[in-house]
Design a protein around this ligand. Structure first.
Ligand SMILES: Nc1ncnc2c1ncn2[C@@H]1O[C@H](COP(=O)(O)OP(=O)(O)OP(=O)(O)O)[C@@H](O)[C@H]1O
Ligand SMILES: [Mg+2]
Length: 496
C-alpha cells in the first residue's frame, strides 16, 4: 500500500447556526484517486475547501506529510504546502488572458518585474502535459466552459502540488475531454500525486478511483476500497434510502405539434435545422460540445437572430426580439453556464427566482410580494432545496442546490416552452429523480420541454424522442423505442 500523505481528523465547520461538517475524517495516499461522494449539500466541497485553505474549520486537525498543518484560512498557504483545488464553480477571471489566469498570484518575476518569457514557456509546457494548446493571449472569458476548466487544471499543475482536488471536474466536459482528463489523472497517479475526486457520476468512480468516502449531512458514512462498493450500496448511501429508481415511467400521450423550427440557420453556428416538438413529449438533444445544441436553444430564447428559417408556436410564427421578449412570450431557458448566465451571484434565492417572474408577479412597478414569497417557498419545498431560507444568498448554497434554484425560477414562471440546457449538472442522484418527475408533470400540463444533455443515459431515460447534432447539423432523430439507441446515438455524435 502506498504511503499516507494526508489525514484530516475530527473536522467540524458550521455556517451560522447550521453544521456543514460534523466530526469528519478523511485520508489520502500518494498516487491514489480518492472519490468523495454524497448528496447535494452533504459537505463535500466544504471539506475540501477546508483542506485548500478557503475555510477555517471550527475544530479538527490536518496532517500533511507527517506535519500538522497550522490551520489558517489562506489559499496561498495551502498552495505553498502543495495543495491545489480545481473548484466546482470555476475561478477564472474572464477579463484576463489565459496566461495571466494560469499564473495569477503565482507569477514568475525577475529583477525588472514579471518574467513573461519564462511564464509563457512554462505555460506551454504545462498545457502540453494537460493535453491542450491554447492561445496564451486569448481572453479567458471568451473560451468555452470546458477550456476554462482546463486552464484551472493547468494552474493547479503548475503549482507542482502533491495533492490535487477536483470538484466535479467533468460536469462541463465532453466525452473526449473527459477521456483526456482521465489520462492525465492516470499520469499524475504514476507521479505519486494524491487526488481527491468529487463527482455525482458513479461510472466515473469505477473508472478511475481507488477508494471512496461517502458523506451524508456533513458526517462520514463509510470509506472503503472501490472493489468493495457496488452501485446499490453507493446509491442507497447517497440517497439515504433503498428507493433508487431514477427515471419515472414514461407516459406517452403525444398530441399536436406545439413548437416547430423550420430550416433555421445561424451562420457560423449551425445550419438548416428543422424539428417539431409535440404536446406531451419530452424532446432531447444529443451531441458533443460545439455541435450547436446550446446555440439553437439560445436562438429560440432570442440571443441570436436566425439568418434563415422560422420558429412557430402552435402554428403561429414566433418573433423573438431578445431574451426579455422571450420571457414575456413564455419561453424559459436554463443555461448550461450557471455561474456566467444562470445566477445573480450576490442575491438571495428569492431574488434569483423572482427575476424571471417579474412580468407575471409585477403590477404597476410593484412585485406582489406575498404571492412571490409563497411561490418561492413552494419551489424550495418541491425541489428540496437545502437552505436556511429564501433570503439566503445563492452563492452560499452547495453547487447542486444552486442548480435547483435556476430550475425552480423557470418552473415558477409557468412557461409555455422550457429549454433545459444540461439541467442536472452537479445534481445528486436522488434530486435528479425529483427533477425528472417535475419535468414530466410540466409536460403533462402541456408545457413544451426540450432537454439538452451530455449524458446519453439521461436523454434515453427521460425523453420520448432524441435529436442528434454534430458540427452544426442535425444528423439523426430517434424515438426512444429504437433498439440499441445509445450505440446509434454515439455513432452519429462521434461520426464513427
Ligand atoms: N459560504 C457558505 N455560507 C453558508 N452556508 C454554506 C456556505 N458554504 C456551504 N454552505 C452550506 O454547507 C452545506 C454543505 O455544502 P457543500 O457545498 O459542502 O455541499 P456539497 O456536498 O459540495 O454539495 P453539491 O453536491 O451540491 O456541490 C450546505 O448546506 C451549504 O448550504
Ligand atoms: Mg459541491
Amino acid at each position: 500500500m502506498s504511503k499516507e500523505i494526508l489525514r484530516m481528523e475530527h473536522i467540524s465547520k458550521a455556517f451560522g447556526g447550521s453544521k456543514a461538517l460534523d466530526d469528519v475524517s478523511f485520508d489520502l495516499r500518494s498516487g491514489e484517486v480518492h472519490a468523495l461522494m454524497g448528496a447535494n449539500g452533504a459537505g463535500k466541497s466544504t471539506l475540501m475547501k477546508v483542506l485548500a485553505g478557503v475555510y477555517m474549520p471550527d475544530q479538527g486537525s490536518i496532517i500533511h506529510n507527517g506535519n500538522v498543518t497550522p490551520i489558517k484560512a489562506s489559499v496561498a498557504d495551502a498552495q505553498k504546502d502543495g495543495v491545489a483545488m480545481v473548484f466546482q464553480e470555476l475561478n477564472i477571471l474572464p477579463h484576463l488572458s489565459v496566461l495571466e489566469n494560469i499564473f495569477i498570484a503565482n507569477e514568475i518575476t525577475k529583477k525588472s518585474g514579471y518574467d513573461w518569457k519564462t511564464m509563457r514557456k512554462r505555460a506551454k509546457e504545462v498545457m502540453a502535459e494537460v493535453g491542450i494548446d491554447l492561445d496564451l493571449d486569448e481572453r479567458a472569458g471568451n473560451l468555452p466552459v470546458a477550456m476554462q476548466q482546463m486552464i484551472e487544471i493547468t494552474r493547479a499543475l503548475n503549482l507542482n502540488s502533491d495533492i490535487i482536488i477536483f470538484d466535479e471536474p467533468t460536469s462541463s466536459l465532453t466525452m473526449q475531454e473527459t477521456d483526456s482528463l482521465f489520462d492525465l489523472i492516470r499520469r499524475l497517479k504514476k507521479k505519486g500525486v494524491g487526488m481527491v475526486y468529487i463527482t455525482h457520476r458513479m461510472s466515473e468512480v469505477y473508472q478511475i478511483c481507488d477508494r471512496i468516502t461517502l458523506l451524508r449531512d456533513g458526517r462520514n458514512v463509510f470509506t472503503d476500497d472501490i472493489k468493495n462498493v457496488d452501485n446499490q450500496r453507493l446509491l442507497s448511501g447517497i440517497v439515504g434510502s433503498d428507493d433508487t429508481n431514477q427515471f419515472p415511467e414514461k407516459v406517452h400521450h403525444i398530441g399536436d405539434v406545439i413548437f416547430e423550427a423550420k430550416d433555421v440557420t445561424v451562420k457560423g453556428l449551425y445550419e438548416n435545422v428543422s424539428f417539431q416538438l409535440r404536446d406531451g413529449e419530452i424532446l432531447g438533444f444529443a451531441g458533443l460540445a460545439g455541435a450547436g445544441r446550446t446555440e439553437i436553444a439560445k436562438t429560440i430564447f432570442g440571443c441570436y437572430k436566425p439568418d434563415q428559417g422560422e420558429f412557430f408556436y402552435r402554428g403561429e410564427k414566433l418573433h423573438i426580439k431578445s431574451p426579455v421578449d422571450a420571457v414575456k412570450k413564455g419561453i424559459g431557458y436554463v443555461s448550461e453556464d450557471r455561474k456566467g448566465e444562470g445566477i445573480l451571484a450576490v442575491r438571495s434565492i428569492k431574488e434569483n427566482m423572482g427575476i424571471a417572474n417579474m412580468h407575471r408577479l409585477g403590477k404597476n412597478f410593484h412585485i406582489r410580494q406575498g404571492q412571490e414569497k409563497e411561490e418561492v417557498q413552494a419551489m424550495i419545498q418541491q425541489l428540496k432545496i437545502k437552505t436556511t431560507g429564501m433570503d439566503q444568498c445563492i452563492t452560499d448554497l452547495s453547487g447542486g442546490n444552486q442548480q435547483k434554484v435556476c430550475l425552480g425560477k423557470w418552473i415558477m414562471s409557468q412557461p409555455k416552452l422550457l429549454l433545459l440546457d444540461e439541467p442536472t449538472r452537479g445534481v445528486d442522484v436522488g434530486a435528479r429523480a425529483d427533477f425528472y418527475q417535475i419535468i414530466q408533470r410540466l409536460v403533462k400540463n402541456h408545457i413544451g420541454v426540450i432537454v439538452i444533455s451530455s449524458e446519453e443515459d439521461e436523454l434515453i431515460g427521460l425523453c420520448d424522442r432524441i435529436i442528434v447534432m454534430r458540427d452544426g447539423h442535425k444528423v439523426g432523430e430517434f424515438e426512444d423505442t429504437e433498439e440499441n439507441l445509445k450505440e446509434k446515438m454515439l455513432k452519429l455524435m462521434l461520426n464513427i
